[in-house]
Design a protein around this ligand. Structure first.
Ligand SMILES: [Zn+2]
Length: 245
């Protein structure tokens, strides 16, 4: 949105603060917001407040319609002998909470200069958003990324330029890397066999950052790739197909 004079803009949507990134004149303002997968389709109010440097405050209210993503349901059978603590939802919650805090931090600079590239030269074999059960249990989780069927040891590529903010062994995602692309946009690369980067490295689009493996909660080797927007996982393929904004 644009304002006639320099202003600070803030707002609220889905019980969450809307964070705005403003240009140097603070007359053009942009907010990126990920809709959580658990959101029911419906009409939701947005509130935006503009506070100009001269002290004038204006509040704008409007509604946004959220439509169903039409995602499917699937059951995953973990191989016999798998560590069953991996299907305890508290393990999911701990990892999501850690990644949520990490990806809620907004770097004001935008490193992406166009759409993202694919993170592996391999066919995609599981899409984002599918609701999942494990070993025939309750359907209580979502597939938060897209899977690529790369063979073990094949290259994992940075989807865009950015700074590495995490390289660590996680319970579910196994050996994982998180890249900050600026403006609250992050990519996550999971189940790696090995990593080629360190926290603090700045990587270029298409640079190899690791290799495909089967670490963490998997049924076989593949790359699980996620995009998070200011603390919320969203469909990564949107970012391959178009540039935001
Ligand atoms: Zn996956």
């Amino acid at each position: 949105m644009s304002t006639a004079e320099s202003a600070t803009v803030y707002g609220n949507f889905l019980s969450k603060e809307l964070s705005f990134i403003s240009d140097v004149d603070r007359q053009r303002h942009l907010s990126l917001f990920g809709i959580p997968l658990s959101t029911e389709a419906g009409i939701y109010p947005v509130t935006i407040t503009v506070l100009t440097d001269t002290g004038e405050e204006t509040t704008i209210n409007f509604n946004v319609q959220i439509v169903s993503g039409g995602y499917g349901v699937t059951n995953i059978e973990l191989p016999e002998g798998s560590d069953l603590s991996l299907i305890d939802t508290s393990t999911d919650e701990q990892e999501l909470s850690m990644l949520g805090s990490l990806t809620s931090q907004i770097t004001p600079e935008k490193y992406l200069t166009g759409p993202m590239g694919l993170p592996a030269a391999a066919p995609m074999n599981a899409v984002f958003g599918t609701r999942r059960s494990y070993n025939g249990g309750e359907v209580n989780r979502f597939h938060l990324g897209a899977d690529f069927a790369g063979g073990p040891g094949s290259p994992i590529l940075a989807a865009g330029p950015g700074r590495v903010v995490l390289v660590d062994w996680l319970s579910l995602r196994g050996l994982a890397t998180v890249i900050d692309h600026g403006w609250g946009i992050y990519t996550i690369y999971a189940h790696q066999k090995e990593t080629l980067v360190n926290v603090g490295d700045f990587v270029q689009a298409g640079q190899q950052i690791g290799t495909v493996g089967s670490s963490g909660r998997v049924t076989g080797p593949h790359l699980h790739w996620e995009v998070w927007i200011q603390g919320t996982p969203v469909d990564p393929m949107q970012f391959v197909q178009q540039d935001f904004p």
